[in-house]
Design a protein around this ligand. Sequence first.
Ligand SMILES: Nc1ncnc2c1ncn2[C@@H]1O[C@H](COP(=O)(O)OP(=O)(O)OP(=O)(O)O)[C@@H](O)[C@H]1O
Length: 253
Amino acid sequence: MDAVTTASLDVSGLAFAYPDGHQALFGVDFSVARGERVALLGPNGAGKTTLVLHLNGILTGGAGTVKVAGMPVDKRNMAEIRRKVGIVFQDPDDQLFMPTVREDVAFGPAAAGMKGAELEARVHKALGLVGMAEYADRPPHHLSFGQRRRVAVATVLAMEPEILVLDEPSSNLDPASRRELADILRSLDVTVLMVTHDLPYALELCPRALILSGGVIAADGPTGDLLMDEDLMRAHRLELPFGFDPASVAGRR
Ligand SMILES: Nc1ncnc2c1ncn2[C@@H]1O[C@H](COP(=O)(O)OP(=O)(O)OP(=O)(O)O)[C@@H](O)[C@H]1O
């Protein structure tokens, strides 16, 4: 297959039931082109986390396929898949556990065998991308929540992933930190899939959105069009913040 036309992410017929029998995904199909930024929207319990956990093989065993840069997510190539799919979890403290920021960002590449000047350059680059280079020697627990989230993004970027998956990246950020993170995400040359309940943030950052509802993709299209479709929004329990007009943002991204 031509590497230029290979999708970053291709999900086909993905269905999954938890061991207790609860069926969370009922046949999910979508694909994300290299360099796209896509929001994954949907009400509580829609299956968003279940879907994300399939992207790097934390959950497996259901029906259908997930391919990352053309490579199927399965047990044989899990190490490579985990390198290609960088997931930034909602709580940065789930991702930061070393004595210093530098060691946290170095952890993944070092585990993959990188060392010396190459490792140092990789860490410096990742921290630079999120504007945290000067914090390299600080203990993560001395940083603010917003700074820790940026470092968590850097730990993932240090692996130079094919696709960056973010779970609620704007949660608990003050307005300035929220905007700064948006600027960082917009500046990255990477495919982004962003799970969020923050619909203005989705609109600001992602030209395209998917609505996952009841374990199926209920809509896939330009984020502004989806957010302006009142019937669609109501049907999937999605609500815009009071006074927010998506028409005022769509088209001026
Ligand atoms: N470990 C589990 N065992 C059984 N059912 C589960 C498990 N984890 C999630 N579920 C169920 O699967 C469905 C999808 O859950 P999931 O967490 O994927 O939804 P979500 O869209 O991420 O929701 P939220 O927006 O609330 O985070 C829900 O009905 C949930 O109760």
